[in-house]
Design a protein around this ligand. Structure first.
Ligand code: GUN
Length: 309
Protein backbone atom coordinates (compact mmCIF):
# COMPACT_ATOMS: atom_id res chain seq x y z
CA UNK A 1 0.00 0.00 0.00
CA UNK A 2 1.41 3.38 -1.00
CA UNK A 3 1.72 5.71 1.95
CA UNK A 4 0.84 9.35 1.33
CA UNK A 5 3.50 11.84 2.38
CA UNK A 6 2.49 13.72 5.52
CA UNK A 7 1.61 17.38 5.48
CA UNK A 8 4.47 19.43 6.83
CA UNK A 9 3.58 21.84 9.65
CA UNK A 10 5.72 24.62 8.24
CA UNK A 11 6.59 27.04 11.03
CA UNK A 12 8.98 29.03 8.88
CA UNK A 13 6.30 30.11 6.48
CA UNK A 14 3.58 30.66 9.11
CA UNK A 15 5.95 32.67 11.32
CA UNK A 16 6.61 35.02 8.39
CA UNK A 17 2.93 35.79 8.07
CA UNK A 18 2.65 36.36 11.84
CA UNK A 19 5.60 38.75 11.68
CA UNK A 20 4.14 40.56 8.67
CA UNK A 21 0.90 41.05 10.59
CA UNK A 22 2.94 42.36 13.53
CA UNK A 23 4.65 44.76 11.13
CA UNK A 24 1.30 46.22 10.03
CA UNK A 25 0.35 46.68 13.68
CA UNK A 26 3.72 48.28 14.47
CA UNK A 27 3.30 50.69 11.58
CA UNK A 28 -0.13 51.68 12.83
CA UNK A 29 1.28 52.27 16.33
CA UNK A 30 4.05 54.43 14.88
CA UNK A 31 1.71 56.47 12.69
CA UNK A 32 -1.07 57.03 15.20
CA UNK A 33 0.81 57.12 18.50
CA UNK A 34 4.51 57.60 17.69
CA UNK A 35 5.20 54.34 19.48
CA UNK A 36 7.55 51.66 18.18
CA UNK A 37 7.13 48.29 19.92
CA UNK A 38 10.35 47.52 21.74
CA UNK A 39 11.62 44.13 22.93
CA UNK A 40 14.54 44.03 25.38
CA UNK A 41 16.54 40.83 25.78
CA UNK A 42 18.93 40.23 28.66
CA UNK A 43 21.67 37.86 27.53
CA UNK A 44 24.14 36.69 30.16
CA UNK A 45 27.35 34.86 29.28
CA UNK A 46 28.50 33.46 25.96
CA UNK A 47 26.47 30.32 25.40
CA UNK A 48 26.61 29.86 21.63
CA UNK A 49 23.10 28.42 21.28
CA UNK A 50 21.63 31.35 23.25
CA UNK A 51 23.52 33.79 21.01
CA UNK A 52 21.94 32.15 17.94
CA UNK A 53 18.43 32.34 19.44
CA UNK A 54 18.88 35.97 20.44
CA UNK A 55 20.08 36.87 16.96
CA UNK A 56 16.93 35.22 15.56
CA UNK A 57 14.84 37.35 17.92
CA UNK A 58 16.63 40.52 16.77
CA UNK A 59 16.00 39.60 13.12
CA UNK A 60 12.34 38.93 13.85
CA UNK A 61 12.04 42.37 15.47
CA UNK A 62 13.52 43.92 12.34
CA UNK A 63 11.04 42.09 10.13
CA UNK A 64 8.17 43.22 12.36
CA UNK A 65 9.29 46.87 12.25
CA UNK A 66 10.13 46.83 15.94
CA UNK A 67 12.97 48.05 18.06
CA UNK A 68 15.13 45.53 19.90
CA UNK A 69 17.76 45.98 22.57
CA UNK A 70 20.09 43.26 23.77
CA UNK A 71 21.64 43.90 27.18
CA UNK A 72 24.76 41.73 27.33
CA UNK A 73 26.23 40.83 30.70
CA UNK A 74 29.29 38.69 31.46
CA UNK A 75 28.87 35.12 32.71
CA UNK A 76 30.53 36.21 35.94
CA UNK A 77 27.63 38.58 36.75
CA UNK A 78 25.91 37.92 40.05
CA UNK A 79 22.18 37.43 40.48
CA UNK A 80 21.85 41.01 41.78
CA UNK A 81 23.48 42.51 38.67
CA UNK A 82 21.20 40.55 36.35
CA UNK A 83 18.14 41.44 38.43
CA UNK A 84 19.13 45.11 38.43
CA UNK A 85 19.47 45.11 34.63
CA UNK A 86 15.98 43.64 34.36
CA UNK A 87 14.70 46.16 36.90
CA UNK A 88 16.02 49.08 34.82
CA UNK A 89 14.26 47.77 31.71
CA UNK A 90 11.06 47.28 33.71
CA UNK A 91 11.15 50.93 34.75
CA UNK A 92 11.71 52.13 31.16
CA UNK A 93 8.38 53.21 29.65
CA UNK A 94 9.87 52.86 26.17
CA UNK A 95 10.35 49.10 26.61
CA UNK A 96 7.22 47.02 26.06
CA UNK A 97 8.48 43.45 26.35
CA UNK A 98 11.36 41.99 28.36
CA UNK A 99 12.90 38.54 28.35
CA UNK A 100 15.87 36.99 30.10
CA UNK A 101 17.43 34.49 27.72
CA UNK A 102 17.63 31.08 29.39
CA UNK A 103 19.50 29.15 30.54
CA UNK A 104 21.46 31.53 32.75
CA UNK A 105 25.04 30.62 33.67
CA UNK A 106 25.44 28.49 36.78
CA UNK A 107 25.23 30.51 39.96
CA UNK A 108 22.65 33.03 38.74
CA UNK A 109 19.17 32.44 40.13
CA UNK A 110 16.74 32.57 37.17
CA UNK A 111 13.71 32.95 39.44
CA UNK A 112 15.17 36.10 41.01
CA UNK A 113 15.97 37.64 37.62
CA UNK A 114 12.60 36.76 36.10
CA UNK A 115 10.77 38.09 39.14
CA UNK A 116 11.78 41.61 38.12
CA UNK A 117 9.80 41.39 34.87
CA UNK A 118 6.31 42.80 35.50
CA UNK A 119 3.37 40.79 34.18
CA UNK A 120 2.49 43.45 31.62
CA UNK A 121 5.96 43.31 30.00
CA UNK A 122 6.28 39.53 30.26
CA UNK A 123 6.74 38.74 26.56
CA UNK A 124 7.69 35.11 27.33
CA UNK A 125 4.48 34.50 29.32
CA UNK A 126 6.46 33.09 32.26
CA UNK A 127 5.14 35.37 35.02
CA UNK A 128 2.98 33.64 37.59
CA UNK A 129 0.12 36.05 36.89
CA UNK A 130 0.16 35.14 33.22
CA UNK A 131 0.57 31.44 33.99
CA UNK A 132 -2.43 31.63 36.34
CA UNK A 133 -4.47 33.55 33.75
CA UNK A 134 -3.74 30.84 31.20
CA UNK A 135 -5.01 28.25 33.66
CA UNK A 136 -8.25 30.25 33.99
CA UNK A 137 -8.62 30.64 30.21
CA UNK A 138 -7.97 34.41 30.27
CA UNK A 139 -4.45 34.51 28.97
CA UNK A 140 -3.06 37.96 28.14
CA UNK A 141 0.47 36.84 27.22
CA UNK A 142 0.50 33.13 26.47
CA UNK A 143 3.82 31.26 26.73
CA UNK A 144 5.40 31.41 23.29
CA UNK A 145 6.24 27.80 22.46
CA UNK A 146 2.87 26.24 23.34
CA UNK A 147 1.05 29.15 21.70
CA UNK A 148 3.21 28.63 18.60
CA UNK A 149 2.20 24.94 18.55
CA UNK A 150 -1.48 25.91 18.80
CA UNK A 151 -1.08 28.33 15.89
CA UNK A 152 0.55 25.62 13.77
CA UNK A 153 -2.32 23.24 14.52
CA UNK A 154 -4.97 25.90 13.92
CA UNK A 155 -3.38 26.91 10.62
CA UNK A 156 -3.53 23.27 9.45
CA UNK A 157 -7.17 23.12 10.66
CA UNK A 158 -6.40 20.36 13.14
CA UNK A 159 -9.11 20.55 15.76
CA UNK A 160 -8.39 19.20 19.22
CA UNK A 161 -11.94 18.78 20.46
CA UNK A 162 -12.30 15.21 21.69
CA UNK A 163 -8.84 14.28 20.41
CA UNK A 164 -6.38 12.22 22.43
CA UNK A 165 -3.43 14.55 22.86
CA UNK A 166 -0.27 13.10 24.37
CA UNK A 167 2.36 15.59 25.51
CA UNK A 168 5.83 14.25 26.22
CA UNK A 169 7.63 16.52 28.69
CA UNK A 170 6.22 18.31 31.71
CA UNK A 171 8.33 21.48 31.94
CA UNK A 172 6.87 24.69 33.30
CA UNK A 173 7.47 26.54 30.05
CA UNK A 174 6.27 23.97 27.49
CA UNK A 175 4.69 20.72 28.69
CA UNK A 176 2.46 22.02 31.48
CA UNK A 177 1.07 25.10 29.66
CA UNK A 178 0.69 22.99 26.50
CA UNK A 179 -1.51 20.61 28.49
CA UNK A 180 -3.66 23.48 29.77
CA UNK A 181 -4.10 24.88 26.24
CA UNK A 182 -5.06 21.50 24.79
CA UNK A 183 -7.47 20.92 27.67
CA UNK A 184 -9.09 24.29 27.07
CA UNK A 185 -9.72 23.11 23.49
CA UNK A 186 -11.53 20.09 24.95
CA UNK A 187 -8.87 17.51 24.16
CA UNK A 188 -8.31 14.49 26.36
CA UNK A 189 -4.80 15.19 27.56
CA UNK A 190 -2.08 12.87 28.80
CA UNK A 191 1.23 14.30 30.01
CA UNK A 192 4.16 11.88 29.93
CA UNK A 193 7.54 12.59 31.51
CA UNK A 194 10.83 11.01 32.47
CA UNK A 195 9.19 8.73 35.04
CA UNK A 196 6.37 7.57 32.75
CA UNK A 197 6.28 3.81 32.37
CA UNK A 198 5.87 2.47 28.85
CA UNK A 199 5.85 5.76 26.96
CA UNK A 200 5.01 4.01 23.69
CA UNK A 201 1.76 2.63 25.13
CA UNK A 202 0.62 6.23 25.61
CA UNK A 203 1.93 7.70 22.34
CA UNK A 204 0.39 4.86 20.28
CA UNK A 205 -3.06 5.92 21.48
CA UNK A 206 -2.53 9.56 20.54
CA UNK A 207 -4.30 11.43 17.76
CA UNK A 208 -1.81 14.22 18.41
CA UNK A 209 1.68 13.74 19.89
CA UNK A 210 3.52 16.86 21.07
CA UNK A 211 7.04 16.03 22.10
CA UNK A 212 9.03 18.46 24.26
CA UNK A 213 11.35 16.10 26.07
CA UNK A 214 14.73 17.38 24.89
CA UNK A 215 15.81 13.88 23.90
CA UNK A 216 17.05 13.42 20.33
CA UNK A 217 15.07 10.90 18.31
CA UNK A 218 12.98 9.77 21.29
CA UNK A 219 9.79 9.24 19.27
CA UNK A 220 10.13 6.62 16.56
CA UNK A 221 7.69 5.38 13.94
CA UNK A 222 6.65 2.31 15.95
CA UNK A 223 5.45 4.64 18.74
CA UNK A 224 2.78 6.48 16.75
CA UNK A 225 -0.41 5.34 15.09
CA UNK A 226 -1.16 5.74 11.41
CA UNK A 227 -2.56 9.19 10.68
CA UNK A 228 -1.29 10.78 13.91
CA UNK A 229 -0.36 14.45 14.02
CA UNK A 230 3.18 14.78 15.43
CA UNK A 231 4.59 18.07 16.67
CA UNK A 232 8.29 18.16 17.52
CA UNK A 233 9.30 20.82 20.06
CA UNK A 234 12.78 19.38 20.65
CA UNK A 235 15.93 21.26 19.68
CA UNK A 236 18.96 19.00 20.17
CA UNK A 237 22.40 20.05 19.02
CA UNK A 238 24.62 17.20 17.83
CA UNK A 239 28.41 17.28 18.18
CA UNK A 240 28.71 17.88 14.41
CA UNK A 241 26.65 21.08 14.79
CA UNK A 242 23.44 19.69 13.30
CA UNK A 243 20.16 20.43 15.07
CA UNK A 244 17.61 17.65 15.32
CA UNK A 245 14.34 17.22 17.16
CA UNK A 246 12.90 14.71 19.60
CA UNK A 247 11.17 12.90 16.74
CA UNK A 248 12.86 10.48 14.37
CA UNK A 249 11.55 12.30 11.31
CA UNK A 250 11.91 9.57 8.70
CA UNK A 251 10.21 6.71 10.51
CA UNK A 252 7.47 8.92 11.98
CA UNK A 253 6.78 10.70 8.68
CA UNK A 254 6.03 7.30 7.15
CA UNK A 255 2.98 7.01 9.41
CA UNK A 256 1.93 10.54 10.39
CA UNK A 257 -0.73 12.63 8.64
CA UNK A 258 1.04 15.84 9.74
CA UNK A 259 4.51 16.40 11.15
CA UNK A 260 6.54 19.47 12.12
CA UNK A 261 10.18 19.52 10.99
CA UNK A 262 13.21 20.55 13.05
CA UNK A 263 14.48 23.05 12.17
CA UNK A 264 11.65 25.05 10.60
CA UNK A 265 8.69 23.91 12.69
CA UNK A 266 7.98 25.06 16.23
CA UNK A 267 11.22 27.09 16.66
CA UNK A 268 10.29 29.98 14.33
CA UNK A 269 6.78 30.00 15.80
CA UNK A 270 8.18 30.51 19.31
CA UNK A 271 10.02 33.59 18.10
CA UNK A 272 6.96 34.88 16.23
CA UNK A 273 4.80 34.55 19.35
CA UNK A 274 7.38 36.48 21.37
CA UNK A 275 7.13 39.30 18.85
CA UNK A 276 3.34 39.06 18.89
CA UNK A 277 3.22 39.35 22.68
CA UNK A 278 5.46 42.42 22.52
CA UNK A 279 3.26 44.12 19.93
CA UNK A 280 0.24 43.41 22.12
CA UNK A 281 2.05 44.96 25.08
CA UNK A 282 2.80 48.07 23.02
CA UNK A 283 -0.84 48.26 21.89
CA UNK A 284 -1.97 47.99 25.49
CA UNK A 285 0.44 50.75 26.50
CA UNK A 286 -1.48 53.21 24.28
CA UNK A 287 -4.92 51.88 25.15
CA UNK A 288 -5.47 50.10 21.82
CA UNK A 289 -6.64 47.00 23.64
CA UNK A 290 -7.79 46.59 27.21
CA UNK A 291 -5.02 47.09 29.78
CA UNK A 292 -3.20 44.02 31.03
CA UNK A 293 -5.32 42.80 33.93
CA UNK A 294 -2.26 42.06 36.04
CA UNK A 295 -0.46 45.36 35.44
CA UNK A 296 -1.53 47.16 38.62
CA UNK A 297 -1.35 44.16 40.88
CA UNK A 298 2.13 43.14 39.90
CA UNK A 299 3.83 46.38 38.85
CA UNK A 300 7.59 45.97 39.12
CA UNK A 301 7.20 43.64 42.07
CA UNK A 302 10.34 41.96 43.26
CA UNK A 303 8.55 39.54 45.50
CA UNK A 304 7.24 37.01 43.04
CA UNK A 305 9.19 34.30 41.38
CA UNK A 306 8.86 32.20 38.30
CA UNK A 307 9.78 28.54 38.26
CA UNK A 308 11.56 27.49 35.16
CA UNK A 309 12.54 24.00 34.21
N1 GUN B 1 15.80 29.74 25.97
C1 GUN B 1 15.33 28.82 25.08
N2 GUN B 1 14.06 29.10 24.73
C2 GUN B 1 13.71 30.22 25.41
C3 GUN B 1 12.52 31.00 25.45
O1 GUN B 1 11.50 30.72 24.81
N3 GUN B 1 12.57 32.10 26.27
C4 GUN B 1 13.68 32.42 27.00
N4 GUN B 1 13.62 33.51 27.78
N5 GUN B 1 14.79 31.71 26.98
C5 GUN B 1 14.80 30.62 26.17
Amino acid sequence: MAVAAPTLLDGRSLSRSVLDDCRSRSELLAERFGVIPHLAVVLVGDDSASAVYVRAKERACERAGMQSTVVRLPATSGTAAVSDAVGSLSADAGVHGIIVQLPLPTGIDPAAALARIPADKDADGFHRYNVGSLFLGQSAYPPCTPEGVMRLLDHARIGLEGANVVIVGASNIVGKPMAVMALSREATVTVCHAKTQNLAAHTREADVVICAAGSAGLITGDMVKHGAVVVDVGINRLSDGRVIGDVDFESVAAKASHISPVPGGVGPMTVAMLIHNTVRAAERSVGLSSPHPGAEKTGSSTGSSTEVS
